[in-house]
Design a protein around this ligand. Structure first.
Ligand code: E4P
Length: 214
């Protein structure tokens, strides 16, 4: 499973890339708004650090304006992927960008029918938001399982990015189900590594090492 970082924070992205486990980055307007930097220079900097896809979301509502934004963002770097919301205009945008060989990540996916339509329109990625579904007492990971099954049934190549990941269990379940990618906030990435028995074990080894004649 590939790991994307769900952040627009340069320091977090640099650290994640240094760890050697980050394959890409997803941003959204809310994440961008937390950074005190101009939007386009920030995206340019992110694409120069990350060795893989960087999702950048269009914010216009109609087809023409979304295409215009997408073309501008796609020019920033080869690894820019255009994030498009799932709705009627969004489907048209996905089709057009796919014809132009510009990669798309369909965002705000909350049902498997939305994922299937996005894939049929030519989306490179679909992003089911599991945490937000769990927030309203739904089954976010159940949705991921459904999309995996449907894509397998028809050998659909669109990749599934498990998004709105809130905790390590979402990550582990994504891997068990065979999701292509999980996009995780930096705080969750750190939690994936922690284990109290590792810390206790390390402390004991170092204490015992002090007793050894050197
Ligand atoms: C991913 O592409 C989304 O930007 C993100 O995962 C949304 O997460 P949230 O529901 O925690 O805002």
């Amino acid at each position: 499973m590939k790991i994307f970082l769900d952040t627009a924070n340069i320091e977090e992205i640099k650290k994640g890339v240094e760890y050697g486990i980050v394959n890409g980055v997803t941003t959204n307007p809310s994440l961008i708004s937390r950074e005190n930097q101009g939007f386009l220079p920030l995206i340019k900097e992110i694409t120069s650090i990350v060795p893989g896809p960087v999702s950048v979301e269009v914010t216009a509502k109609n087809f023409e304006e979304m295409i215009e934004q997408a073309k501008t963002y796609a020019k920033i770097s080869e690894n820019v992927v255009i994030k498009v919301p799932i709705n009627m205009e969004g489907l048209k945008v996905i089709k057009k960008l796919s014809d132009l060989n510009i990669k798309t990540n369909t965002t705000l996916i909350f049902s498997s029918s939305q994922a299937l339509l996005a894939a049929k329109a030519g989306a490179s990625y679909v992003s089911p938001f599991v945490g937000r579904i769990d927030d309203i007492s739904g089954d976010g990971m159940g949705l991921v399982q459904e999309i995996i099954q449907i894509f397998d049934n028809y050998s659909i190549e669109t990749e599934i990015i498990v998004a709105s990941v809130r905790h390590p269990l979402h990550f582990v379940q994504s891997a068990l189900m065979g999701a292509d990618i999980a996009t995780v906030p930096f705080s969750t990435l750190s939690k994936l590594l922690n284990h109290p028995l590792t810390d206790i074990g390390m402390e004991k080894f170092l204490k015992d090492w002090e007793k050894v004649e050197k």
